[in-house]
Design a protein around this ligand. Structure first.
Ligand code: ATP
Length: 217
């Protein structure tokens, strides 16, 4: 579903976020107090305005309340970042996502009402470390503390067998929710589905069970 997003602050993180959302067909408003940044990105977003996000009137005048989500991508100026989140929540913006540069900054952002705080460097570091340690895992989503969904390469010993024979639920306590084969996704595959070489299994389960499955060959 296409959405309407506002991105405040066009540093490396904000500009990448704004252009990616725009390329995917969403409506994107970019805001930065630096005119040069706005000039640089104005052709890569839907609207681009020079404004200081700590100015409540400026945010009201661009209709900030109407966006599905507003992303505050200001890093260095912690005070501006916190004040912006506070104003956005006071203006009753539905979803405020904010970037934090450290733990304390993140805690304060949650306190003033941010719905989701991201730590780009920390989060990416964790992702790269996980990927390095588990080369069979192509991607993952953490659902809760101990549960995840992972995309796992099929172990060679499972090729040419069907899901019923593999019986992953009983053996590993995990559930296959989809199979990606030649880039095509089949959701909720039938138990008769034969696993082919190169298939990717999308599995859900507890992390300890998923780890056991990843290491199985
Ligand atoms: P990155 O690491 O993503 O490159 P950064 O952490 O260095 O970013 P900053 O350089 O602090 O982040 O800020 C990113 C952008 O936010 C800059 O282009 C800056 O002009 C803009 N910015 C900072 N404060 C405000 C504000 N109050 N209103 C609007 N834009 C702001």
């Amino acid at each position: 579903m296409k959405g309407q997003y506002a991105v405040i602050g066009l540093g490396r993180f904000g500009s990448s976020l704004a252009t990616t959302l725009h390329q995917a067909g969403n409506e994107v408003l970019a805001i930065d107090r630096n005119e040069e940044r706005i000039e640089e990105y104005k052709d890569h977003v839907t609207y681009a305005v020079v404004a200081d996000s700590t100015d409540e009137e400026a945010l009201k005048s661009v209709g900030i309340r109407n966006f599905d989500a507003v992303i505050v991508a200001i890093g260095d100026d912690i005070q501006a970042s916190i004040l912006t989140v506070l104003i956005l929540k006071e203006l009753e913006v539905k979803k405020v996502v904010a970037k934090a540069i450290n733990k304390r900054h993140g805690q304060v952002l949650y306190k003033v009402g941010a719905d989701w705080v991201v730590f780009p460097e920390r989060d990416m570091g964790e992702r790269v470390a996980t990927q390095l340690m588990s080369p069979n895992v192509l991607d993952y989503i953490e659902l809760a503390k101990d549960y995840s969904i992972k995309e796992v390469k099929v172990p060679p010993s499972m090729i040419e067998k069907n899901l019923r024979e593999l019986n992953l639920r009983a053996r590993f306590n995990i559930t296959v929710i989809a199979i990606i084969s030649d880039g095509k996704v089949s959701i909720s595959p039938s138990p008769d589905r034969i696993i082919k070489e190169g298939d990717i299994l999308v599995v859900i389960g507890e992390n300890k069970d998923l780890d056991r499955f990843e290491k199985f060959n």
